[in-house]
Design a protein around this ligand. Structure first.
Ligand code: ACO
Length: 338
């Protein structure tokens, strides 16, 4: 068995900054409500015509990660792409990345696990490297949330939270057995699938998408915008985050004092603060950037990991824990010796 490690990281966010005040011009909301409930000050939205899409942003983040990994792009043997907002219904964004990066005809796997998507994707990469099948895997989390949000008062409890962006890592075979991804842990609980979901249009249920037609649709029939049972999600998130972090620590004979850096999925600053308090971690041991980017779902952990690393907050030998919870419900963690 081999060990895998992250050898390169990159992020990309669109230039267009959307502040809470900007949103209050589109819907009945305000900066104080959003900051108090979520900690978010601003987020990025793709601007029509700026050339960005989920796949394109993923490619931009990936190019930086590949350069930092100091490998030739042709050395990548597998792409794993996590998103809930793909450019096409099918095929997934992975094959677009293969094309846009000009890679050989390597396999591309798409992961549909929303906020846990990046940790799930990392786990897939880790398994392929552990078994010796591949040496370099490109893992991307990218989201174009803004294209699918209800930016009216009707959608305000969901749409103020989410933002666009991408993060990527190169995962490579580690030469040092004591360094790299120590373990990954994943869970799902589909009984709660509809508590945080975008149900349709889907192959069994097409709803009117034209504005003239949708004007006649009742609010409860609108399934093409995300629905979130906010308080139920919040309660489950704090429990599952804690459980899956403890599971990762136990697997590696660590306890909470051993965590040098916790990168939680940037769901909501209040969720991260709850977890931080529960584990007795200092501000230096938890990285948050939701204030600037909102919740970028599958992109949030790789964006945060990249920023923490760029700011020198992750050093060689550190114990880094990634933890995520989201739609599905799904939740996951990874314990890494950096
Ligand atoms: N601006 C102003 N008022 C609003 C807004 C808004 N954007 N959204 C909702 N309100 C109103 C509601 O209509 C409600 O009004 P009412 O009392 O007159 O009915 C009031 O504010 C309170 O609404 P609640 O939904 O009860 O507010 P709550 O305190 O639960 O906060 C929130 C909502 C922030 C969504 C919270 O439930 C939460 O953070 N949940 C977790 C959600 C989350 O983190 N999701 C992401 C994790 S999973 C993933 O990443 C996919």
């Amino acid at each position: 068995m081999y060990r895998s490690k992250i050898t390169g990281l990159g992020k990309y966010v669109p230039e267009n900054i959307v502040t809470n005040d900007d949103l209050s011009k589109l819907m009945d909301t305000n900066d104080a409500w959003i900051q108090e409930r979520t900690g978010i000050k601003e987020r990025r939205h793709i601007k029509k015509g700026d050339g960005n899409s989920t796949a394109v942003m993923g490619v931009k983040a990936a190019q930086i990660a590949i350069e930092r990994a100091k490998i030739n792009k042709d050395e990548i043997e597998l792409i794993v792409f996590a998103t809930l907002s793909p450019d096409y219904y099918f095929p997934g964004c992975g094959v677009q990345v293969q094309d846009l990066l000009g890679l050989p005809t390597i396999p591309a796997i798409d992961i549909r696990n929303q906020c846990s998507g990046f940790v799930y994707a990392l786990s897939v990469a880790d398994q392929y490297i552990k078994t010796g099948m591949y040496k370099n895997v490109l893992v991307i989390g990218s989201e174009n949330q803004s294209g699918g949000l209800d930016l009216t008062t009707r959608g305000r409890s969901v749409s103020v939270i989410f933002g666009d962006g991408a993060g990527a890592v190169v995962v490579s075979r580690s030469e040092n057995d004591n360094q790299g991804i120590l373990s990954t842990h994943m869970h799902s609980e589909g009984v709660h699938a509809k508590e945080l979901a975008l149900i349709g249009p889907n192959t069994g249920h097409w709803v009117p998408l034209l504005i003239e037609e949708s004007a006649t649709v009742k609010d409860e029939d609108i399934t093409y915008y995300p629905y979130m049972n906010g308080q139920f999600v919040f309660k489950n998130a704090v429990t599952r985050f804690s459980e899956v972090i403890l599971e990762g620590l136990a697997k590696n004979d660590m306890n909470k004092e051993d965590i040098d850096m916790l990168i939680p999925h940037q769901a909501n600053l209040r969720i991260s603060q709850f977890v931080q308090k529960k584990f007795g971690l200092s501000n230096d041991q938890v990285f948050n950037n939701i204030q600037k980017y909102g919740n970028t779902t599958a992109a949030s952990i790789p964006i945060a990991l990249t920023e923490a690393w760029e700011e020198g907050k992750i050093k060689e030998g550190d114990n880094v824990v990634l933890a995520a919870f989201g739609s599905g419900f799904t939740w996951a963690s990874a314990v890494i010796k950096w």
